[in-house]
Write a new protein. Sequence first.
Length: 423
Amino acid sequence: MREILFTEKVPVRGKYDVIVAGGGVAGVAAALAARRAGKKVLLIEKTITPGGLATIGLVNFFVPMCNGRGTVIIKGMAEEFLRLSIRYGFDTIPECWKNGTAGVDTPRYMTRYSPQIFALALTEIMAEEGVDLRYDSIVANVEMQKNEYGMHCNGVYVESKSGREFFEAGVIVDTTGDADVLFRAGVPTIQGKNYFSYFAKLLTLESCQNAVEKKNIGESYRVCTGGFASLYGHNHPEGMKFFTGTSAEDVTEFTVLNQLEMLRKLKNDDRNTREIVTLPTMPNYRTTRRIDGNVTLREEDAYRHFDDSIGAICDFDRRDFLYEIPYGCMIRSGFDNLITAGRCTAGEGYAWDVLRVIPPAIITGQAAGLAAAQALDTKRPVYDIETASLQNTLAGQNVMIHFDDSLIPAETGKHVEDDTGHV
Ligand SMILES: Cc1cc2nc3c(=O)[nH]c(=O)nc-3n(C[C@H](O)[C@H](O)[C@H](O)COP(=O)(O)OP(=O)(O)OC[C@H]3O[C@@H](n4cnc5c(N)ncnc54)[C@H](O)[C@@H]3O)c2cc1C
């Protein structure tokens, strides 16, 4: 490929303690956590709407946050966000969790919500708490320099309607979902592969009637699909390639093929009987790029305690299954001020699936924001902070750091499948 050399003087537009790149749920959690720890925080988001896949990706489902036996496992900011997601919009929290009768084998603690209204609530909370926001701005590159700890990131280049600008930062949290910052900084990353899937929210005359009868607007949604592949790859068309999500060509091809497929299916209906509320405005990729962290969470780590756990999580599809998230999954030694969270966290196979969904993404975001603040306060590299101190802070914010062994079932090989929804 032909190349040209491009040089330009770029204005330095600001200096922050913590810059959060990407305003999905993990990014918003990281920004709020760092802000609540007293830091000057900038959140930079590519679109004009916070929440990422959980809002503009139209994934509107907080997967179960309890173990299926009546104990809430995922708490802290994940529970705060669950409440926030339904503060101004509908919910589907099972009745037993509202009237205090949840227990063994009752429906699990989860909810659907309005993705658009949740996005508004996320903007509101960040504005109220003093997180500086840059929407419609993409973190395009980083400036790296060697220091006594290895590689240090001085700040990020941001592209927007204002042109190209530079923002300096003490710590950068990569919550782009695609590990854009880490990749450009030279942190080892792992490329994922994606099946053909794409969905939108559909209203039909019938679904609207149903909502009116039940007096619940949440009942009006139906799902309308382009590609229809499941989390496990079922329905991925035979012979079709897998998608990466990390090049403009791939994103365009994935989107165009999916939109054409959605339209092909829609053409079968009477055009006066249905309407799409909104198409997803970010692609429905589950796994694009993630950190090759100091530690990788694996399926065999179920029920394992980690000394550096930043939070316990449960499995959305299998009751009883518990994991702890090691802090090592969010960092890489040799990069002193880069940390990640959300779906860029290091996990493998099914363990990564459990790690990347909305509630755990919020927990890793919360931990990343607090770890960033702690690294700055103690003048330590993010990969070398006192994890016991981080755990104390997280526990003080209602995060379950270690699950209790009494929650481990007698027969750990067996599990009850829970088809809780679309993940
Ligand atoms: C098809 C599908 C179904 C799913 N179903 C469920 C489900 O039912 N329940 C559940 O809990 N989870 C589900 N998930 C997973 C879950 O939605 C995500 O893993 C989770 O929301 C990830 O959050 P995040 O903040 O880590 O990343 P993202 O939501 O991907 O957020 C990343 C943000 O960064 C921004 N960004 C990206 N690059 C840049 C850049 N260079 N500069 C600035 N901003 C940038 C993006 O615009 C986005 O806002 C599903 C995912 C998919 C794809």
